[in-house]
Design a protein. Structure first.
Length: 275
C-alpha cells in the first residue's frame, strides 16, 4: 500500500471532525483530522518533504494516542506527490509532460531522496519568513532547496497557510526526518524565546532528543508560524542518524515511533500552562 492510500484510508475511517484543506499539484487531496476539543489548539503537520513520508505513519499513531489538553489538527501528508515520487519514482506520475519535466531536472538519479513537490519546489522553503535568504536556497527546480517563484507559489504550501489562518492555532509542530533534534527558534522576542525554550524542553524530555538551532535556515512552516503569529512552533527531526533516507525499515519505524508517540500528548499539557 502506498503512503497516500494509507492516509486516504485513515481519513475515510476517522469518525471525527475532518476536512480536505486543498489539493496537490497532481490533484491529490490534502487531509486534516481533528482530535480533542477546545483550547489550546494545535496544528501538527507531517511529510512536507517527500522522502520523509514515514512521518505520515507517525501522524496516524499520534492521532490514536490523542492529546492531553485542548485539541489538535493533524495534517498527515502535506506533500503527497513528493512522497510518492520518493516511494515509487516516476511510476507515480501519470501526466506525461510532468514526468518528462521531472526526468529532465533529475536526470537518471533515483527519486528515493526526493524532498520537493511535483514541480521541483521544496515546500519547506516556500513560506513567507525571510523567504529566499537561506544559506542552502536555490533558484532552480530540483530535488531540494528550490524556493519557488515567490512565497506560497505552491498549492500545498498555500493550502497549509490558508488552513492555519482559518484555525488560528496556539502552537504548531512540524515533523521531519532525521537527526533526533528539535528546532524552536526564529527571531522571537526575549519573552517568547523563554516561553518557547521551556516548551521545547518538554518536547526534549518526551522524545529524548536534543534542542538545536537551524542556523541559516529560513522560509519553513515553523519559521512562518513564529514570524506571522508569534506562537510557539517546533520542528522535530525524528529518527536516528544511523537510518538512511527514506526511513522504511522496521527498525527505523520502531525508532521513530518509540521516541515520538507521546510527544504531542505531553506538549498539549505543557502548552496550557505556558500561554
Amino acid at each position: 500500500m502506498d503512503i497516500y492510500k494509507r492516509i486516504a484510508d485513515f481519513y475515510d475511517g476517522v469518525n471525527a471532525e475532518k476536512r480536505i484543506i486543498g489539493n496537490s499539484l497532481f490533484g491529490r487531496k490534502l487531509f486534516a483530522v481533528k482530535v480533542g476539543d477546545g483550547a489550546p489548539v494545535g496544528i501538527a503537520q507531517y511529510a512536507i518533504h517527500g522522502r520523509e513520508f514515514i512521518t505520515a505513519r507517525l501522524a496516524i499513531e499520534q492521532y490514536k494516542k490523542g492529546i492531553k489538553k485542548g485539541s489538535c489538527w493533524f495534517v498527515p501528508l502535506v506533500n503527497p506527490d513528493g512522497a510518492l515520487l520518493s516511494e515509487k519514482g516516476l511510476d507515480s506520475v501519470t501526466d506525461e509532460r510532468a514526468a518528462a519535466f521531472l526526468k529532465s531536472i533529475h536526470k537518471d538519479k533515483p527519486f528515493s531522496l526526493w524532498k520537493a513537490n511535483g514541480r521541483g519546489v521544496d515546500l519547506n522553503v516556500n513560506f513567507d519568513a525571510d523567504w529566499g535568504n537561506g544559506v542552502k536556497n536555490v533558484r532552480f527546480a530540483g530535488a531540494e532547496n528550490y524556493i519557488g517563484n515567490e512565497p506560497f507559489s505552491e498549492l500545498e504550501a498555500l493550502a497549509l497557510k490558508e488552513f492555519t489562518e482559518q484555525i488560528r492555532p496556539d502552537y504548531t509542530v512540524s515533523y521531519h526526518t532525521k537527526g533526533e533534534e528539535i528546532y524552536w527558534q526564529f527571531h522571537q522576542s526575549p519573552a517568547a524565546l523563554e516561553r518557547d525554550r521551556r516548551l521545547a524542553e518538554s518536547l526534549a524530555r518526551a522524545t529524548g532528543y536534543s534542542l538545536a538551532q537551524a542556523k541559516g535556515s529560513v522560509g519553513g512552516y515553523k519559521d512562518w508560524c513564529i514570524k506571522k503569529w508569534a506562537i510557539p512552533a517546533f520542528t522535530i527531526e525524528a529518527g536516528a542518524e544511523r537510518f538512511s533516507h527514506p526511513i522504511v525499515s522496521k527498525d527505523g519505524w520502531q525508532n521513530v515511533l518509540a521516541h515520538n508517540l507521546n510527544a504531542l500528548y505531553v506538549l498539549s499539557g505543557e502548552i496550557e500552562n505556558r500561554l
